[in-house]
Design a protein around this ligand. Structure first.
Ligand code: NOJ
Length: 715
């Protein structure tokens, strides 16, 4: 399609309307009704609605097809709609939430999950997914931790590109969907962990830690970018010309459409950044924002701004062209319905192949935090208790798209399938409310059930709806009811295993000494119960590693491994005049990169090909890794670097590479990493991105808390 010719045939009014996005229900009510709701509130004319360029939220293939059909009947230019949706961790078949994906440290399974999700979503009539969300997170209170791959820029960047590759593949292939990386930028740094809150940070911190994962998506060819709700240093992202035009388009060369978050244009007034919708439209177009989601600042004001000479028509043309070009890449002009197909959608939903992928992801994402020998449970048990209200509930997490909790395998169902002859007894123990006080009647009942069983599986943590958008928590401790229950059940039965469901790090300090074994399963998705049962009974091995630090106390938040040393570090402190607390240590309960397995690994000393390097060469580090157990397993080798002295203070450790190794029982392998100049670079005091000469410490281990290092000199 010659999109320029198409642009030339559009009137200014039609072009402006093309920049709007409304919910699909504005076009075809998914319950068969007429145009209602938001479109009325937005007071759209029939002409404005007819020329709108994209919609969000479709109920499935039939709705998508009906919406496109109706639109094409109405649009004088017959330009197909872009149909978008939040396909975050699956369409109907759900994989674990992104924090769980981060815990896999496995870009291959992440890419396969995204691919699977694209297949289902495209059959459901979706062209663009509002994913991946790659906001770096350091504050466990923020509800949207669950959507992120964690606290580390390098890990988040690798997961970001894996998701983009998986969703998009080749955009010309109709089983792909275009990815829209979000929320640009630094939304995860919302002050106090409060959703939608402001972000105030230096450009150095922004570039060093927060931007790499978005940049990785752009480098992987992401088709769209969503600007974040938050301000950065006083400027809301959708009106931030420096962020969107200078950095994203200018420095990174991104030339696809930029979309706002939901009604973010209109919210510029609430921020106190614009006096009203007309000024918001001017600010956003100056920042090169292309699509306005669910408000009417562009559609109602841009023509007037052009007439007044404030905005040039060519600015609007550029926005429309970017949208038309994406439609062209997706093949919508040839086939506006693309892969939408009710039969295919039905056939793919929860199909065996997709279930196998999400089950594998759920197994890989679980992180074993403690095991004093209770796990794995024996296959010969005849009496098993499963306690907690989540025992027989589908744990699919927030942003579950068209997934249905009742379709997900529960822990009870998973354990039952593996142990068809065992007697399995359930008890609730608590209700699952936040800040819940113990109900001693329920606890007594649970203890009774625990006493009669040979082993107990105790399901605790957060419900799906206790994390997600607008679900920040001031208190990230477990409820008193859960703590009391854990204590009493563990007293009653020493063979107790705790499964924690969570969308963020929660404080496990009060129970960690009591429980014999505990692992986090996050919100594991459709196959959660099967994956959990496989892990508990040793049919699968644990290999997950924490993508976020688990604090010991919520007062430590934000707590992350790549902190700056300060002038008064705790290490070696002899008095209280150091950077710490008088009532708590700085140590986390579980550090970033931590996770146990049924295998045990011996990690040798790193050997270097040289102890010095120049910018022209590189150094190879090799480490022997041995599986010293009699169980095959996977070790995750993590390479951290510390730049000891620099023009700006550098973190005590930074992840620069990782590799997963499969090792049979007793097997030994040598793993090598190449250290290049690129890995030593940072945003220096002079504003450049470069490596400075000097001393670097290199750490290789299977957790971030290692203190063993070797020194490398860059000359
Ligand atoms: C608001 C959320 O912040 C964003 O992540 C999402 O994509 C949009 N709503 C659309 O649902």
């Amino acid at each position: 399609m010659d999109v320029k010719a198409l642009l030339n045939q559009m009137t200014l009014e039609q072009k402006v309307a093309h920049l709007s996005q409304f919910i699909a229900r504005c076009i075809v009510h998914d319950e068969g009704g007429d145009i209602t709701g938001p479109s009325r509130n937005l007071s759209l004319t029939d002409e404005e609605l007819a020329s709108c360029g994209s919609v969000l939220n479709v109920a499935g293939a039939e709705h998508s097809i009906a919406t496109q059909k109706r639109h094409l009947e109405m649009d004088p230019n017959k330009i197909p709609l872009l149909i978008m949706h939040d396909v975050i961790h699956g369409w109907r078949t759900l994989y674990p939430i992104q924090l769980g994906l981060g815990a896999t440290w496995d870009t291959d399974i992440v890419e396969r999950c995204s691919r699977m999700s694209a297949r289902e979503a495209s059959a459901g009539g979706v062209h663009v997914t509002f994913a991946p969300m790659v906001d770096l997170v350091r504050d466990a209170r923020w509800g949207r931790n669950m959507e992120s791959c964690g606290e580390d820029p390098y890990l988040c960047a690798r997961m970001s590109e894996a998701q983009v590759k998986g969703f998009q593949g080749d955009l010309g292939d109709k089983t792909s969907v275009c990815a829209c990386v979000k929320h640009f930028a630094a939304y995860g740094a919302a002050e106090g962990g409060r959703d939608y809150n402001s972000v105030d940070m230096s450009e150095h911190t922004l570039r060093e830690y927060y931007l790499p994962a978005y940049k990785a998506a752009v480098d992987a060819g992401v088709g769209m970018v969503m600007a974040s709700f938050n301000t950065i240093n006083g400027v809301p992202s959708i009106a931030n010309k420096w962020l969107l035009d200078d950095i994203l388009r200018g420095e990174w060369g991104f030339n696809g459409p930029i979309i706002s978050d939901y009604s973010a244009f209109r919210e510029l007034k609430n921020h106190g950044f614009s006096t009203g919708n007309k000024e918001s439209a001017r600010l956003a177009i100056e920042a090169t924002a292309d699509i306005e989601m669910m408000s009417n600042c562009y559609v109602k004001n841009l023509c007037e701004l052009v007439a007044e000479g404030v905005v040039k028509e060519s600015q609007i043309d550029e926005c429309v062209l970017r949208i038309l070009e994406l439609k062209n890449k997706l093949g919508l002009f040839e086939n506006p319905y693309r892969n939408a197909d009710p039969e295919l959608e039905k056939a793919l939903a929860l199909c065996e192949e997709h279930r196998a992928i999400v089950r594998e992801a759920a197994e890989k994402s679980a992180v074993l935090l403690k095991n004093d020998g209770v796990l794995p449970l024996s296959a010969d048990l005849t009496k098993i208790a499963i306690i907690g209200p989540y025992a027989n509930m589908g744990m699919i997490g927030a942003w579950a798209c068209h997934g249905i909790a009742d379709e997900a395998v529960t822990v009870y169902e998973g354990v039952r399938a593996l142990n068809p002859n065992a007697t399995i007894t359930l008890a609730e123990g608590f209700k699952g409310d936040l800040n819940e006080e113990p109900d001693y009647k329920m606890i007594k009942e649970a203890v009774k059930v625990a006493k009669k069983a040979q082993a107990v599986i105790l399901c605790i943590g957060e419900l799906s709806e206790q994390s997600g958008e607008a679900r920040s928590r001031a208190d990230i401790n477990m409820s008193k009811a859960q703590i009391e229950l854990v204590k009493e059940v563990c007293k009653a039965n020493k063979n107790t295993v705790c499964v924690v469901f969570n969308g963020r790090p929660i404080i496990l300090t009060d129970i960690i000494d009591t429980v014999p074994a505990i692992f986090t399963a996050w919100q594991p998705g459709t196959e959660g119960g099967n994956a959990i049962a496989n892990l508990i009974f040793g049919k699968a091995n644990f290999e997950g590693k924490l993508p976020m630090t688990f604090p010991r106390h919520q007062g430590q938040v934000p707590l992350y491994y790549n902190y700056l040393n300060t002038g008064r570090p705790v290490v070696g402190a002899k008095d209280r005049f150091y950077s710490g607390y008088i009532d708590e240590t700085n140590d986390p309960l579980f550090p970033f990169g931590y996770g146990l397995s049924y295998s045990s690994f011996e990690i040798g000393k790193p050997e270097f090909s040289a102890n010095e390097m120049t910018r022209e060469d590189s150094v190879t580090v090799s480490i022997k890794v041995k599986n010293t157990s009699d169980v095959a397993g996977k070790a995750t080798l993590q390479l951290y670097i510390r730049d000891l002295y620099a023009s700006l203070t550098r973190p005590v450790k930074e992840l620069k590479a990782f590799k997963k190794l499969s090792l049979d029982a007793g097997e030994e392998q040598t793993v090598s990493f190449e250290i290049t100049e690129e890995m030593l670079k940072f945003h220096t005091a002079s504003g450049k991105y470069e490596a400075e000469n000097g001393e670097f410490r290199i750490f290789v281990s299977d957790c971030s808390n290692t203190e063993e290092y070797a020194t490398l000199i860059l000359k």
